[in-house]
Design a protein around this ligand. Sequence first.
Ligand SMILES: NC(=O)C1=CN([C@@H]2O[C@H](COP(=O)(O)OP(=O)(O)OC[C@H]3O[C@@H](n4cnc5c(N)ncnc54)[C@H](OP(=O)(O)O)[C@@H]3O)[C@@H](O)[C@H]2O)C=CC1
Ligand SMILES: CCCCCCCCCCCCCCCC(=O)[C@@H](N)CO
Length: 280
Amino acid sequence: MLSALPHPLASATFTAAAAALFVWASMSWIWRKKLDFHGKHRASIQHCYVTGGSSGLGLALSEYLAKHGAHVTIVARDTKKLVEAQARIKSYCLSESQRIVAISADLTSQATSHEAYHDAIAKQDGQVPDNVFLCAGHAKPGFFVEADEKDLRSGLDGTYWVSAWTAQIATKAWIAAGKKGGRIVFVASLLALTSFVGYAGYTPGKHALKGLADTLRSEYLLYDIHVHLYLPAGILSPNYEVENRTKPAITSKIEEGDTPMTPEDCVKCLITGKSPPIRS
Ligand SMILES: NC(=O)C1=CN([C@@H]2O[C@H](COP(=O)(O)OP(=O)(O)OC[C@H]3O[C@@H](n4cnc5c(N)ncnc54)[C@H](OP(=O)(O)O)[C@@H]3O)[C@@H](O)[C@H]2O)C=CC1
Ligand SMILES: CCCCCCCCCCCCCCCC(=O)[C@@H](N)CO
């Protein structure tokens, strides 16, 4: 009657498939969880740390947070853009008591990310961030065979390390402060799930970000830290205009299937966890 027994491989495969389905189902629910800014999570008492807050998605998000009464810190490299963004974000504040801080830093290294984060805490009257939004990112589409070492290294730095260091530093600060309930929102891209011609310098780092977010979803149960991952398609940001100038024609052709969204509409999706309506 040996043949009636389940084949060990079939059984292992079934268990693995069931486990994978369970993990996938729970994750897709988790990723879609609304970022609650009410009740005990009232934005008005929160410090939101937004990397890439001087432009595009990060700027629109910072404006949204200011409108909801949060203290906001934005971090990016270009000081001129930071100053302009800071003024815009301030114009959306509900009250004079809201602190809008701008910090110039290149977040691709651990040391500069650490300095920026702790500078933010000092400038926000010692208030450790409650939410960390990792919007900073960089894309320079092109063909893999034509990319030089600098392009590929800055591709990975500008998509993976630009967020990974801050995630680690924020976590250490929460643990040191004994703070629970902190939130990290990684901004990846649809290209964290798939890819196509033209994105060899960009996609590997976005896939890595998804891998990190999935890992931290599990690891951070230890600390009661919430991890979210946002996967937008095209965003009508300043960078979108810039990358389109050098985008291979074949890449643009494939992207004709996508209707890019305004940064403001993307913020609604990021906050509510809802996908945009399907447009034909
Ligand atoms: N636009 C799109 O179509 C899509 C974008 N995304 C992702 O969404 C996020 C926002 O993109 P988008 O709004 O288009 O981008 P923008 O180029 O408009 O803004 C990017 C922001 O990140 C900052 N930044 C970039 N590199 C660094 C760095 N090394 N250190 C610190 N700050 C940095 C920029 O400022 P500065 O240059 O002064 O440092 C700027 O504030 C990115 O992660 C991007 O990959 C995902 C899907 C589609
Ligand atoms: C073999 C698989 C083919 C899949 C085709 C899908 C249809 C095209 C949708 C493309 C949308 C753009 C994604 C975000 C781009 C991005 O993250 C950068 N532009 C960042 O700046």
